[in-house]
Design a protein around this ligand. Structure first.
Ligand code: NDP
Ligand code: MG
Length: 378
């Protein structure tokens, strides 16, 4: 069992569930970070007693510093301070930040040779070869995302066996079975109502557009070194089979469990060992039926765009990720209809040029150009 972690994004959905796991197993968070929620960050600092807390939004530094004035906790702020924490000596760095902003600490952690428990899929999607190269040469990534944790577990003990296919499961989200026309009428409230998982706002919308599955397809290509064609997206409404791997002999090995992120979060921290989690067990009798269907990427345009972007390579995935973040942000602010998110992600890929090399500069340029495209065409 590890002794300590650095937890980035501690105030979010994955962050707070990571702290549940820490509490259960006496894992010490050496450092915590948030972006806007100073109140919760203060509470977490008082309860878990990290030596450092970082607020990414530098304008909130004074507020947080004052709140913690009577404690020994060091308060830092801004992106460089966040990256310093990511590079810090510890057993595991957990990146539970949402969005492209997570790229910088991912790069910092891997460059410093850290073991990175990664929830922030956007950094792997946008970072492409830059991130996979650092993971190969310097640090190590253990996935937190439930599907990728499942695949990672299905690969254990099979290091010398070739993967024939990965079955990447998807709940289908709240608009499963919708026609394109019906998507035109959905509201923010409808989109925030996910049938099986309780998550942060951005990933909840990503799950409704199926961009989340597109990002996860790219994540799987990057993590497990397979081609996009080797990945089959399978709609599985019950969210019980978290993904599976088919081997050359036709055996399909899957991982099942209740839909509770504390299982994959904990496994990323205790790998390869397994311990009790604060979750209820799986009763297949209660579940009763497991169903499997094809995903419709003629309705869910983000999924189709993600398949094309990963095949294009270079910074194309950074472009669709940036476009999605910008479009989703506008949708959540009530400034863009839901169905336009997919159209804008698709159109960005068709109209914004991308680079075949992935450096931090080219990735940032693709991200910025994509966001600008979305803002001017929304
Ligand atoms: P939340 O929105 O709940 O939390 C995001 C965290 O990131 C918060 O701590 C937030 O701080 C912080 N943050 C936001 N913006 C910035 C920024 N610009 N710089 C630094 N920190 C920032 O998201 P989730 O926990 O749902 O998701 C986190 C990541 O995990 C995402 O990449 C998501 O795709 C992935 N994931 C999530 C799952 C889930 O069940 N939630 C499942 C699988 C993957 P604050 O709250 O203080 O503003
Ligand atoms: Mg997932």
């Amino acid at each position: 069992m590890i002794d300590n972690i650095v937890l980035l994004g501690s105030t979010g959905s994955i962050g707070t569930q990571t702290l549940d796991v820490c509490e259960k197993h006496n894992i010490r968070p050496l450092a915590l970070s948030g972006n806007s929620n100073v109140k919760l960050l203060e509470q977490q600092a008082r309860k878990f007693k990290p030596d450092t807390v970082c607020i990414a939004d530098g304008t909130l530094y004074g507020d947080l510093k004052q709140r913690l004035a009577d404690t020994d906790v060091t308060v830092t702020a801004g992106r460089d301070a966040l990256c310093e924490l990511a590079a810090r000596e510890c057993d595991t760095v957990v990146n539970a930040i949402v969005g492209f902003a997570g790229l910088y600490p991912t790069v910092a952690a891997l460059t410093a040779g850290r073991t990175l428990a990664l929830a922030n899929k956007e950094s792997l999607v946008a970072g492409g070869d830059l991130v996979t190269g650092l993971a190969r040469e310097k640090g190590k990534i253990i996935p937190i995302d439930s599907e990728h944790s499942a695949i990672f577990q299905c690969l254990m003990g099979n290091e010398d066996n070739k993967i024939k296919k990965i079955l990447l499961t998807v709940s289908g989200g709240p608009f499963y079975g919708y026609t394109y026309d019906r998507l035109k009428k959905v509201t923010v409230e409808d989109a925030l109502r996910h049938p099986t998982w309780s998550m942060g706002r951005k990933i909840t919308i990503d799950s409704a557009t199926l961009m989340n599955k597109g990002l996860e397809l790219i994540e799987a290509v990057r993590l497990f070194d397979v081609t996009p064609r080797q990945i089959e997206v399978v709609v599985h409404r019950q969210s019980i089979l978290h993904s599976a791997v088919e081997y050359e002999d036709g055996s399909v090995i899957g991982q099942m469990g209740v839909a509770d992120m504390r299982i994959p979060i904990q496994f990323a921290l205790t790998y390869p060992k397994r311990y009790e989690t604060p979750t209820k067990g799986l009763s297949l009798f209660e579940v009763g039926t497991l169903t499997f269907e094809q995903a419709d990427d003629s309705v869910f345009l983000c999924l189709a765009a993600a398949k094309r972007a990963v095949a294009a390579g270079g910074t194309a995935c950074a472009a669709i990720n940036g476009a999605n973040e910008a479009a989703t942000g506008l949708f959540l602010e009530g400034k863009l209809p839901f169905y336009r998110i997919g159209e804008l992600v698709r159109d960005t890929l068709d109209n914004v040029g991308y680079d075949s090399t992935t450096t931090l500069d080219t990735i940032e340029a693709a991200d910025t150009a994509a966001r600008e495209y979305v803002i001017t065409h929304a």
